[in-house]
Design a protein around this ligand. Structure first.
Ligand code: ZN
Length: 250
């Protein structure tokens, strides 16, 4: 018998143990400082050099690139290494699934990656690390070295469209999987939220691991409310050694 394909949809909650704040959550930056939202809104970012200088200062101070994967990221990579086919669909831009050992081609980053920068004019990409080194060295708004265009993180800002290729791959995985684990996501932001419904429509076992209720709890086969750092490794170990457990946990 072939092993079931497991799709893991991850949101901000999987990375909070790594020290990365949930910007949209109740205590998130976007609620505390509405002005901060401009820093990640394409129109403002492109139109106002002062917004860009603030954004680069924020990126430099946040030290997000220094974050390390936690037990939950490692558990996903370990499941993949155990021979179970695993694909990750993530709303996060932190790259921690790959750092934990997930092959990059098996990770679909719906909102892009904060570990790279992209030129808004010629679309050349480069490491965020290099751009931040230039900021550290005194450039307030480093421009593309190739064409002088505005550089931005390779993330999907407010006002930008999701990459249709990444979205198409995520949808294909969602339709094909036998188990769909939504972890650390409130399932309220589209299109990620809708994927949970698509998975259930296509007969996948839907497992939701999240502290708070989600709009898809009614459709879930299993709901786990315990902390992700301990609950996810336990859950995924179960998937690697035996058929998916039955029963409903609340
Ligand atoms: Zn360029």
């Amino acid at each position: 018998m072939t092993r079931p394909l497991v799709a893991v949809l991850s949101g901000a909650g999987i990375s909070t143990d790594s020290g990365i704040p949930d910007y949209r959550g109740p205590d998130g930056l976007w609620r505390k400082d509405p002005g901060a939202e401009k820093l990640v809104t394409y129109e403002y970012y492109m139109g106002d050099p002062e917004i860009r200088r603030r954004a680069w200062r924020m990126r430099r101070e946040s030290r997000a690139l220094e974050a390390e994967p936690n037990a939950a990221h490692r558990a996903v990579a370990e499941l993949e290494r155990s021979g179970v086919p695993v694909r990750v669909i993530t709303q996060n831009v932190d790259g921690l699934h790959q750092l934990a050992g997930m092959p990059a081609r098996k990770v679909f980053e719906l909102h892009g990656s904060a570990r790279s920068v992209v030129c808004t004019a010629c679309h050349a990409r480069g490491p965020m690390e290099d751009a931040l080194a230039r900021v550290e060295a005194g450039e307030q708004d480093p421009a593309c070295r190739g064409c002088g265009g505005v550089l931005k993180p390779a993330t999907v800002m407010f006002g930008e469209r999701l990459d249709p290729v990444v979205l198409g791959d995520a949808l294909a995985v969602t339709k094909a999987c036998q188990v769909f684990v939504a972890v650390g996501t409130s399932l309220q932001v589209q299109p990620a939220a809708g994927l949970a419904g698509v998975a259930a429509d296509h007969g996948a076992r839907l497992i939701i691991v999240n502290a708070e209720p989600t709009p898809y709890d009614e459709r879930a086969d299993e709901i786990v409310r315990e902390p992700i750092g301990t609950a996810l490794p336990k859950l995924l170990r179960g998937l690697s050694s035996r058929p998916a457990p039955t029963g409903r946990y609340t």
